[in-house]
Every structure is written in C-alpha cells, then in structure tokens.
Design a protein around this ligand. Sequence first.
Ligand code: NG6
Ligand code: CA
Length: 503
Amino acid sequence: MRNYSLLLFSLIFVSCSLSTNKEITTTSHPNIVIIYADDLGFGDMSAYKSGNLSTPNMDRIANEGIRFNNGYATSAACTPSRYGLLTGMYPWRNKNANVLPGDAPLLIDPKMPSLPRMLKNVGYETAVIGKWHLGMGLGDVDWNKSVTPSANDIGFDYTYLMAATNDRVPNVYVENGNVLGLESDDPLQVSYKSNFEGEPTGKDNPELLKMMYSHGHDNSINNGVSRIGYQKGGKSAQWIDENMADTFLVRAQQFVSEKRDQPFFLFYALHQPHVPRIPHPRFVGKTGMGPRGDVIAEADWSIGEFLKTLEEKGILDNTLIIFSSDNGPVLDDGYHDDSVEKIGDHTPWGPYRGSKYSLFNAGTNVPFAVMWRNEIKSGVSNALISQVDIYASLASLVGQEYPQKGDSQDMLDVLTGKSKVGREDLIIDAFGQKKAYRNGDWLLIPPYQGPAKPPWGVDAETGFSKEVQLYNVELDPKQINNVAEDNKQLVNDLLKAYHTAIQ
Ligand code: NG6
Ligand code: CA
C-alpha cells in the first residue's frame, strides 16, 4: 500500500513537472531575443532596399519574419532609447535619461517596471550581453570592487557588458558587476574630470594613435585609440576593439546553448557601427566603404553566426527575435575613419532626412524586424510602432500586464503580423530631450530655440527651428516641404494632440 502511494505520488509529481515544462515551452512562452544595433540607419539594412550595403543575416530576420517600415526608436541617441526599450516609459519623462558618461550611476531605478524583470518573474532566464550605457553603481564607482547596483538589479540574471560606449572609458568588460581580468597590483581608476598624472592622451600624444579623432575623443588612449574620459591602470582588463564582436558573440551563443531547455530572454546589444569603428581584421576591406561599412558587415556576420547557433540547437523556430537599432546613422561621429570619404552613393538614412541626434525622421525611424518562425508569417508592415511598445507587447504575450500607466502600448498582434493597425501616434526625442510628434503620416516638430546643429562639431541636423514644422513623411520623406503655414488648423489640432500625449 505504501509503495503504491509512493508510486502514485511520483507519477503525479512527474506529470506535474512535465506539464509545467510543457506550458512554459508552448507558444505563450517562446524564447525571446532582442538584437539591438548601435547607430545603424534605416538604409544600412539591405532589406529596406535603400542603400548599397549587403546585410543578408539582418535581412533574414526581416524576410523570414516581418519588416516594419515605420518602426521607431524612442530617441535619436543611445541611453534614452535603451531606457525606453527596457522600461516601457518614454525617456524624456526622466530628466537624467541623456547620453551618459561611463561612470554614471544606474539610470533605471530597480523599483521601476522593467522588461527583463517582468520576463524573469514568469520563469525566463534573462541576460544582457554587449553595450549597456545605462549606468551602473551609485556614482563614484570603485571599479576594483563589485559594482552594484547594476543591470543584475533590474532583472537580468546574467550580464556581460561594455559599461557605456566603445568611445568612453572604462574600456573593460563587466560581468555580473565585476570588471573582468583585473590584476590586484594594477587597479583601474576612472575620471571624467581630469587626467591622471603621467597618462598619455590623444591630445598630447597623437603619435600613439592608430585612428585619429576628429572632434572630442582626445582623452585617454587604449589600443591606439583615444576616448572620452580618463582612465589609469587596469591594463590587463582593457579590451581590444578588434575582438569585441567575437567576445560578445561567444557569450551570446553560450547563453542560448546553456539555456535552450527553458525559456530565455537575451538582450544582445551590438556595439556596431558606433565609433570607434574597428573591425576584426577578417572584415577589413569587405565593403569598400571603410571601417563604417566593414563593422556593419561584421555585425551582420555575428547575427548570422548567432542564428546558426539557435538553429543547431533546434530552438530557432520557437525563438521570437526582434532586430532594431537604438538611433539613426551618423558618419563622422568623432574619428577620421573614412566614413564620409568612402560613403559613395550609400544612404544610411534611407529615403529620409536626418541622422542620429536629429528630430528629422532618420534620427529615429530605424530598422525594425521581427521573426518567430513557429508563429509569424513573413510580410511587410507599415504599422506605426515604437520600441517603447515592446514591453507591453511581450507582457501581453506571456500573460502579464504593464504594471502601471506607461507609454508602452500592447502591439503584440502588430508584432506578430496579425494586425496591420499600429499606434495612432508617438513621441520621439533628440538631444536635450526636445520632442517631436508623429501622427499618421505627419511629423510635427514644435518650435525650439536650440541650435540647428549639435554644438560639438558633428555634421548632423538637430531639426530644431524657431518655426513650427509639419511634414508628410510618406509623401515627402526628405522633409523638404514644411507645410505648416498652409495647414494651420491641422497644426493646431496636432499641437493639441501632442500636448495631450506628453501629459
Ligand atoms: C557624443 C559623442 C559621440 C557619441 C555620442 C553617444 C563627442 C564629441 N561625441 O557626445 O561620439 O559617443 O555622444 O552616442 O563626444 S550614443 O549612440 O551612445 O548615444
Ligand atoms: Ca547609438
């Protein structure tokens, strides 16, 4: 009798755990991967057929899934867009959500709603690998100790990060809050105020540079490239830019291979084509467009290898992959890297006006594609969608709700191609948190006092003007005709709607 009960108990136990596993691996809980490029323009991805580069692996995501023509980053710069993506909240609601220095404290309050924590709470294993740029620690970080709070405190189980950008110190990898490869007799020091005595800089020691800066970027030197900010020591931990793509790829492959039997969420945050653009020698000269083109080829290859791993592990079909970029493209962003000289006829901004840092359309209308072979039929969508919607949409997928009134809208049916009706409107912002409003085909830029170009020397248009601007992005993608003057009533209506939307 006793044995019989034991058997019954074991059977119930086994079938319960099986059914739990089954529930978790069905269509409601696919693996989720966000592959996020850094400064990749609409026209840089060949699936959009508006530039000269070839990106077959990025295109595969679009061709086997859905290519969004009106997919937006929340901002024309990195930190704010990442903030919007991970919190479901427009970044301009937080006055600190601007491009951060490499020693900034963690920007996302661990008490805020966060995409990784929402997924973790329903059983996902979560990881972020690659560029972070959302701060870590509480300020005044001691890089020689465990840095906390960090990405691990907002819901990521595993984190392998570049703290800020590839052009900002510290130039080290931080794994779960710990700088990798440090030696105790050579501590790492970082400052954004002044140099450490005796340390070379790009400004004073240009003879040590393998790539010359064009504006900014003349502080501490690592791997023959001067950066923004000062650092001393930690030599054994300093990264080699040429190996960065492989370094992140291997971790990403390892994570999905290890976690293949359970639902996982990976935020794979590529560092390309942000400056300094330094591809592995395997990719040098691949595109004839200089380093900017070559690092895009390298990013594309990395995506291909990553997809291959998912395929080999038998999990590609049930992995929902979102591919996008944190902001629009830029050519010379601070280094002489031939990005201007070798651009030829290529149009990183696609058919649009603007770039990174711009309220014009190309600043935020970025590559956006979603693939999930088990569930999504391939196609093209013109629905208006923002990266801020990813939170609520994925919450809806896994049976959760966005926990408070946020900006994120549930676009699950749009993401999966069941609906072509996207958002009615959205807000974008450019540097200094200046906002613009897209509603239908209209892009409204309210009047601003700010400069027409960012003040630090980059060749970009902010889109700021003292006059109100109204463009029909569909009919006039180059945003040549400001039709505000001829459509006063419409401008008033849109301004009213804009003011309601930013409440
Ligand atoms: C700017 C940098 C630029 C880039 C950008 C952030 C200078 C002169 N320019 O301040 O090179 O690093 O910040 O880019 O310092 S982002 O994609 O991470 O937002
Ligand atoms: Ca960026």
